[in-house]
Design a protein around this ligand. Sequence first.
Ligand SMILES: [Zn+2]
Length: 62
Amino acid sequence: MSVKTRVPCPRCGTATAFSPSNRWRPFCSERCKMIDLGDWASERYRVPVESVVADDEELEPK
Ligand SMILES: [Zn+2]
């Protein structure tokens, strides 16, 4: 029995085995998965920056 399902890696498009043995599915590798996670993580990190600056101002004694 060798049913191979292949999906294109969402990151680089490489045909990737979509099976329990591929722990990075649907990505082709850990690297592609990390890059993809990093992308949306950095998108999210942009949002709280302004609130961090506001907190810092409150800490300044006047
Ligand atoms: Zn890839």
